[in-house]
Design a protein. Sequence first.
Length: 100
Amino acid sequence: MSLRPIVLAFDPGIEPAEGGLPGLSVLRQVVSSINLFCLLAVVGALAVSLGVWAWGHHTGGHQAEANGKKGAVVAAGAALGLGAANGIVSFFSALGTEVH
């Protein structure tokens, strides 16, 4: 009986490549448009949240004021995430190539 090493993992050698499928430029435009739409929605959400915050503050509505603050923080976080999406994906993609 011969002893053979057992291969526990197989490297398929797959890497992202441009031009592999048709429609890549269209997909980029669609994703960019979705990102823009989401950013516009966040601007609207931030404006509404700030209005609710101010209204709650001036009318003594503590619940409305708290909800306005929460909405403003969530909108700011969403704007941060949408703006940083390319950088986040690039960072983790580059980090993933270092795993062997």
